[in-house]
Ligand binder design. Structure first.
Ligand SMILES: Nc1ncnc2c1ncn2[C@@H]1O[C@H](COP(=O)(O)OP(=O)(O)OP(=O)(O)O)[C@@H](O)[C@H]1O
Length: 438
């Protein structure tokens, strides 16, 4: 169904308690929905007189209903006949970073878990280089950091089309730099990044621990900062927890404003699901909204994935699906996600990659300090991430005894508490393992 028409039908229903049926019929009987834009809802009323009444008296009521549907403020426009003829849907409004059209402030649902980061991003987008510099947004994966970064980019581009907005991921920066050095194009690389008016770096944690990248970042930062160019970073953790990051960068990253994003609370999850469903033109009954909001708690990306799957499911099955069938299908989706358990092989492989040793060595009897530590980490990770018993873990490591395995695991448990660098290594290895299953 046309999402705008669908939204309009919902708006009319939502307005019912506040208006008599006669009022609704009188003013809205021939009004039709023209478009649902990013932050505007466009209506058309063929009767000039009715159009004027809607535009003057009822816009705020329509806006209230839209806010309820989208958890966001939208502008409402009521077109006259001539305006309708001239109306052109804005196409590719945000096309200067293709593929990111949906990542706008209007489409970002604000709740208590992200309102600080959202407000900071807005401030920076409205006054680049003048409010907080740098802005450093951090939080776990899938909570909207990239979304905010692009929203900043789109807003600045709209207000200042002449600005050179540069978006780069931490690991791409590293790779490009290596390539530039290899090909003798250092000057070109520098110009590209140090010449930016707005510098946005996603996942900056990936530059930590790499000397030439950190050196380049240091000079890029200084140049941009002195010129009062806006700098924004995102990361999966705050600077002080980036233990392999040079101190001079750590302190610089903290010069401006640090803003964290937490996993969304129940209300925000509900709002995100509703917003997404309405935009996709899907009808999700209350029980289904609640079921998703109760079960998918950690990550907005997973919430979106679930809504997409339900939509596909409903399209396939049509209206004939009964409640039990949908509930079962949705529960299967939850199960599928939480049931992914990495194998011992994959975990051992990732630990070996990190420490640059052979799996056979890790599994074997060698007692060199580095190898023992890596082995203990592997045992700890297997215990944490799989359902294997101590005995089964022992088998993976040349038939070691289960008490040896237990001692190893306990040693790493202690280290994680007392040695932040080790804790960070474990975090890195865990995310490398998880990535293999995404
Ligand atoms: N508050 C929100 N409102 C609407 N959509 C959101 C919100 N938060 C996240 N999303 C959506 O969830 C998905 C994941 O968000 P995003 O890619 O920005 O996460 P991230 O924090 O950058 O994750 P990663 O660290 O894995 O890159 C995107 O499609 C984004 O639009």
């Amino acid at each position: 169904m046309n999402p705008a028409a669908d939204v309009w039908a919902k708006v009319l229903t939502l307005m019912q308690p506040e208006m008599t049926a006669t009022t609704i019929n009188t003013w809205f009987d021939d009004a039709t929905a023209v478009a649902l834009e990013d932050d505007r809802f466009v209506l058309y009323s063929p009767t000039r007189f009715k159009r004027d009444i809607i535009a003057t008296r009822y816009v705020s009521k329509i806006q209230n209903a839209l806010r309820e549907l989208f958890s966001a403020d939208m502008e409402v426009v009521v077109l006259t006949e001539e305006e309708l003829n001239q109306y052109q849907q804005p196409t590719q409004k945000n096309d200067f970073f293709p593929g990111t059209e949906e990542y706008t402030f209007e489409r970002f649902v604000v709740g208590s878990s992200n309102k600080f980061a959202h407000a900071a991003a807005r401030a920076v987008a409205d006054n680049p280089g003048q409010s907080y510099n740098p802005l450093f947004i951090y939080g776990e994966s899938g909570l909207g950091k990239t979304h905010l970064l692009y929203a900043i980019a789109h807003t600045i581009h709209k207000n200042h089309p002449e600005y050179k907005v540069v978006y780069i991921k931490g690991d791409t920066f590293t790779n490009e730099l290596i390539q530039a050095i290899r090909e003798g194009r250092n000057a070109e690389f520098r110009e590209k990044y140090r010449g930016a008016d707005v510098f946005l770096m996603d996942d900056v944690q990936f530059i930590a621990g790499r000397d030439s990248t950190q050196e380049e970042m240091f000079h890029t930062f200084n140049t941009l900062y002195e010129l009062k160019k806006q700098i924004v970073f995102t990361s999966d953790r705050p600077p002080k927890e980036m233990l392999r990051l040079e101190d001079r960068l750590k302190t610089r990253f903290e010069w401006g404003l640090l803003a964290d994003i937490q996993p969304p609370d129940y209300e925000t999850r509900m709002a995100i699901i509703k917003n997404k469903a309405v935009r996709m033109g899907v009808e999700l009954p209350e029980f289904l909204l609640q079921l998703i909001a109760e079960n998918i708690t950690a990550n907005v990306r997973q919430i979106e994935g679930t809504v997409n799957k339900i939509m596909a499911y409903q399209q396939l099955m049509g209206d004939s699906v009964d409640k039990d069938t949908v509930v079962r299908a949705v529960k299967d989706m939850f199960k599928e996600k939480s049931d992914i358990v990495p194998t011992a092989d994959v975990i051992i492989d990732e630990v070996c990659k990190f420490y640059n040793i052979e799996p056979a060595t890790l599994r074997g009897q060698g007692r060199a300090k580095d190898i023992s530590l890596a082995r203990q980490i592997a045992m700890y990770q297997i215990r944490r991430m799989t359902n294997l018993s101590l005995k089964e873990i022992g088998k993976e490591f040349d038939n070691r005894d289960h008490t040896t395995v237990l001692h190893s695991i306990e040693r790493i448990e202690d280290l994680v508490k007392t040695d932040p660098e080790k804790a960070e290594i474990i975090k890195d290895i865990t995310s490398n393992i998880n990535i293999r299953y995404e």
